[in-house]
Design a protein around this ligand. Structure first.
Ligand code: AMP
Ligand code: FE
Ligand code: FE
Ligand code: ZN
Length: 282
């Protein structure tokens, strides 16, 4: 039994519905799947039902955009109580920031002579947690760019003219929020972050896990992060970061976390709930 603990649906910037994702997950032979849409848990109830239908174990999760020492870090939360009031309130706030950022990016594009409105992006996004991939798709739909990649390269990448920074919470606050909502926190794709020196600091802040397995990690990176996880006493997590068809072929099934690592994570979540002080952040 294998798990994929990093996936996205249309509730953020993925292209699959929860039902499509669950069907693909079963087809590639997974036994468990976590939904980790960016800054939202809105897709979790539907994903839970779809997983039950497909006979898969479901983990309610999210991928929070946070900040540590000047870098954007993505913190995965697992086994969340999605009805937790403060989790819901904070998520609403993160989503409002994302929505106003779309407005700011549209304004930048207009000053560059590209007529794209925030409304057009929201129509493409159809979700509460819109992001740059939706801006990219809107630029393709309106004929400004030929591909989302071109949109990122010309306008949306960091340093390009329509790039607007995201207001980010401190990593410590993101980890504390996940714990408060009964969950466990793992640092997403450290191989893309490329700031390994932050990992011990995040571990001291209460981080529970490290995403050693990821579709964009080389075998060497995976090994290195497994070593760092052991040194920092972090649990090992992994997932494909499948966004459906938005980045070429669907990545679901390309990263399979062993049942052993998955069970350790689940046991840790259950133990932490019984003994909240174990995950209390300083
Ligand atoms: P945002 O959260 O709005 O900053 O958008 C980040 C998302 O954009 C990531 O989760 C990726 O899915 C996607 N992304 C980031 N960089 C690129 C790129 N160069 N080309 C295509 N997609 C990208
Ligand atoms: Fe994404
Ligand atoms: Fe990410
Ligand atoms: Zn992701």
């Amino acid at each position: 039994m294998f798990a994929d603990l990093h996936t996205h649906t249309r509730f953020s910037d993925g292209t699959y519905t929860p039902e499509e994702l669950a069907t693909h997950a079963r087809r590639v032979g997974l036994g468990a799947i976590a939904l980790t849409d960016h800054d939202t848990v809105e897709g979790c109830p539907r994903m839970a039902k779809a997983c039950a239908h497909e006979g898969l174990e479901f983990v309610a999760g999210t991928e929070l955009t946070a900040e540590q020492d000047g870098s954007e870090v993505h913190i995965l939360g697992y086994f969340l109580r999605i009805e937790h009031p403060r989790l819901r309130a904070e998520m609403r706030r993160f989503q409002q920031v994302r929505q106003s950022r779309i407005g700011a990016m549209a304004e930048r594009l207009q000053t560059l002579g590209v007529s794209l409105t925030a409304e057009q992006v929201f129509t493409v996004a159809q979700c509460d947690s819109p992001g740059r991939p939706h801006v990219a798709r809107a630029l393709v739909e309106s004929g400004v760019c030929r591909s989302p990649d071109e949109a990122f390269d010309r306008f949306l990448k960091q340093g390009r003219p329509a790039w607007v920074p995201k207001c980010r919470v401190a990593a410590a606050a993101a980890i504390a929020l996940i714990h408060e909502a009964g969950g466990v926190a793992s640092l997403a794709h450290p191989g893309l972050l490329r700031r390994d020196e932050l990992i011990p600091a995040l571990a001291d802040l209460g981080l529970d896990g490290l995403e050693c397995f990821h579709s964009r990690h080389t075998r060497g990176q995976t090994q290195r992060y497994e070593e760092i996880a052991n040194e920092c006493r972090l649990l090992i997590t992994g997932g494909s970061d499948c966004h459906g068809l938005s980045k070429g072929r669907p990545l679901i099934g390309t990263v399979k976390l062993s049942h052993h690592h998955f069970e350790r994570l689940r046991d840790h979540a259950l133990t932490a709930r019984r003994h909240p002080s174990l995950t209390a952040s300083p």
